[in-house]
Design a protein around this ligand. Structure first.
Ligand code: NAD
Length: 493
């Protein structure tokens, strides 16, 4: 008798194309069943309370750190990034789990609000309640850090979670679930499902109470449309085209060091990686020569060899190549590397100069180890060009005296002054973007509150002779309210 074949897919080592693992492609029925188990578990998970959940989450984070060698090797195998980079990623993710576990209670504490003069006999409170089941869809570029930024905050708030990792990094997603099950007091609190885009689509319409998506802007729009059919709210963490602004008073050595790392580390596959630099023309020559000098010392290669690895997703190579070619065709020049730097699956560092602002290389996310350096006359021009993008994720500003002033004028979700990437590792601050970079936030109190809903509870503390919400109301009482409104100019609060 012929047995029915379960559809599956392979994950690959992008440096060698070898198969790392094989995983089932889950269909809508299977996803629905898992979500319904997660819904049943959510009642018990909520009952555990903040201290019970904190214990579980801290035990999870401790176990992840204990097994860091194993998971860093697996991350490196599935993404191609150096093991050292993977370890850093795991460490930062663990910081987020611990922060969410320790702060959930205080962030979700019932808040007391002023009822206003007219309703001074009432008490007004806002409670915070977990949503129920949260669906998380993750990308491959930081396959542990990125989803954990949603998963741990949703769990700490009292939700159960169903997670679909990227099809390029399913092993990391499965490992996270396995490790969680070692510390979980019961089943179905955190479950990983595997599959391609369609499995993600099934999660969107499965009836989860919120969907937290991290990935490309193109997929985010499909996810939002799918979620709209079931009125499922979404958090969308999408791509970016992060600018770096370098003022004349910047510490150029540090600015170059951080910018080249930000642009090239992880093979340029960072949503908050530097993609374009606007440098004051007075210091541009020095900045460019230092950047080229530094780029000469780094190279792409397999883990253990390169400073960064291959393109994790083979199809990205074409995008990177087309952006380099477009930049040159549109009038830009190469200061270091060029089209010949692309040798799949690796891309060696590329520095491009004076690329017109209407080039696709400036307008779209490249997601490769390339950086464009354009000169500006002043900081006003740098700010305007930074803000002209359809994206608005992060930005870096390098200046000794003007950092805060420039940062306040940038249309984006996060700015690092005299630093790069740092906001992603500070658990207490929200992470997310505006415009095509998405909406909603992960991390910090704002990120935790995304996985809760506010419940307003007002209570009569004592009865007033004036009862406006009654058919027994008198005309003179109505007139009194109107007169009061006039005297107080509407300031009831
Ligand atoms: P992607 O959009 O291709 O895929 C992301 C996830 O969506 C994957 O799990 C994929 O299986 C799933 N998916 C695909 N089609 C779907 C569908 N129709 N319905 C539901 N799910 C579907 O993105 P990627 O290539 O994995 O990740 C790279 C992108 O992610 C880059 O643009 C990067 O900037 C962005 N990113 C953003 C952040 C952030 O926090 N803002 C962090 C990391 C990465």
């Amino acid at each position: 008798m012929a047995t029915k074949r379960i559809p599956s897919f392979d994950s690959h080592n992008p440096a060698t194309a070898e198969v790392v693992g094989t995983y089932p492609i889950m269909n809508a029925k299977q996803v629905g069943e898992i979500v319904s188990h997660a819904r049943n578990a959510s009642i018990q998970w909520q009952k555990l309370g903040f201290s019970g959940r904190k214990k579980v989450l801290l035990a999870w984070s401790t176990l992840i750190i204990k097994r860091i060698d194993h998971i860093a090797t697996l991350i490196s195998l599935e993404t191609g990034k150096p093991v050292g980079d993977a370890k850093l990623e795991v460490s930062i993710a663990v910081g987020h789990i611990a922060w969410a576990a320790r702060h959930a209670e205080e962030i979700m504490r019932t808040s007391y609000r002023a009822p206003g003069l007219l309703l001074a006999n009432m008490s007004a409170t806002v409670q915070r309640s977990p949503l129920g089941v949260v669906g998380v869809i993750g990308p491959w570029n930081y396959p542990l850090f990125t989803p954990v930024g949603s998963i741990s905050y949703a769990l700490a708030a009292g939700n159960t979670v169903v997670f679909k990792p990227s099809e390029y990094t399913p092993g990391v997603g499965m490992w996270l679930e396995e490790i969680f099950s070692e510390v979980a007091p019961f089943a179905d609190i955190f479950t990983t499902i595997t599959g391609l885009g369609e499995t993600g689509g099934a999660l969107c319409t499965s009836g989860v109470d919120k969907l937290s998506f991290t990935g490309s802007t193109r997929t985010a729009k499909i996810v939002a449309a799918q979620c709209a059919t079931t009125m499922t709210p979404v958090v969308l963490e999408c791509g970016g085209k992060d600018p770096v602004i370098v003022a004349a008073d910047a510490n150029l050595e540090r600015a170059v060091d951080a910018t080249i790392w930000s642009a090239m580390a992880n093979a340029g596959q960072s949503c908050i990686g530097a993609e374009r630099v606007y440098v004051d023309e007075r210091v541009a020559d020095k900045f460019i020569s230092l950047a080229v000098e530094l780029a000469q010392t780094i190279h792409a290669g397999a883990p253990g060899d390169g400073n960064y690895g291959p393109a994790t997703m083979p199809s990205q190579i074409k995008v990177i190549q087309s952006h380099i070619k477009a930049a040159i065709k549109d009038g830009g020049t190469c200061a270091y590397g060029g089209p010949e730097s692309v040798k799949a699956p690796f891309v060696q560092p590329v520095i491009l100069l004076n690329v017109p602002e209407d080039s696709v290389a400036i307008e779209e996310e490249t997601f490769g180890p390339t950086i464009i350096i354009n000169q500006v006359k002043n900081m006003r021009e740098a700010i305007d060009l930074s803000n002209a993008s359809s994206y608005g994720l992060g930005a870096n500003v390098w200046s000794k005296r003007q950092g805060k002033r420039i940062a306040a004028q940038l249309a984006c979700g996060m700015v690092a002054i005299n630093s790069t990437f740092s906001f992603a590792a500070i658990a207490s601050v929200p992470f997310g973007g505006v415009k095509d970079s998405g909406y909603g936030r992960v991390h910090g109190p704002e990120g935790l509150l995304e996985y809760t809903y506010p419940r307003t509870v007002v209570r009569t503390r004592f009865n007033l002779p004036l009862n406006l919400l009654s058919f027994k109301r008198k005309v003179r009482e109505e007139n009194l309210v109107v007169r009061l409104t006039g005297w107080l100019k509407g300031r009831f609060g």
